[in-house]
Design a protein around this ligand. Sequence first.
Ligand SMILES: [Zn+2]
Length: 145
Amino acid sequence: MSQCTDPVVGDILSSWRYDISGSSPAVRGDLEEHFAECRQCRNRLRLHRTIDVTLIGVATLSILAFLLAIAVIHQVEPLRTWAIALPMHRLSFAVTLQEIAVAGLFASVVAWLLIALMTPAPVFLSEVASAQARVMRNRGPRKIA
Ligand SMILES: [Zn+2]
């Protein structure tokens, strides 16, 4: 395994989870230079962004799955109730499948918001999208033979 070329900068980057999106342009230039020369930090940057994008992707799929579940339950059996009993707390109540699905949707939206606010995934994805748009724009219209 490769070593960090500058452990002081490497420690700073690891404490920031390799997110330099919030740093000033001057500092950002130095950090980007470090990423260019340090293979270990570059690999860790890639790993952390992969985790962030995977998390927000899973949360997005979860939201879509609960929306689909709500739509299906609404069509099939919206009023079927489930009795839930928690004997150790002397608690029992009845919920409908639709209420469970709405609670799941709410939890998924909260998870998505937390991921979007606490990780640089949205910034990273918008940078990837703008880079992709730049490539498409530079390619120009294709000639039809
Ligand atoms: Zn490094």
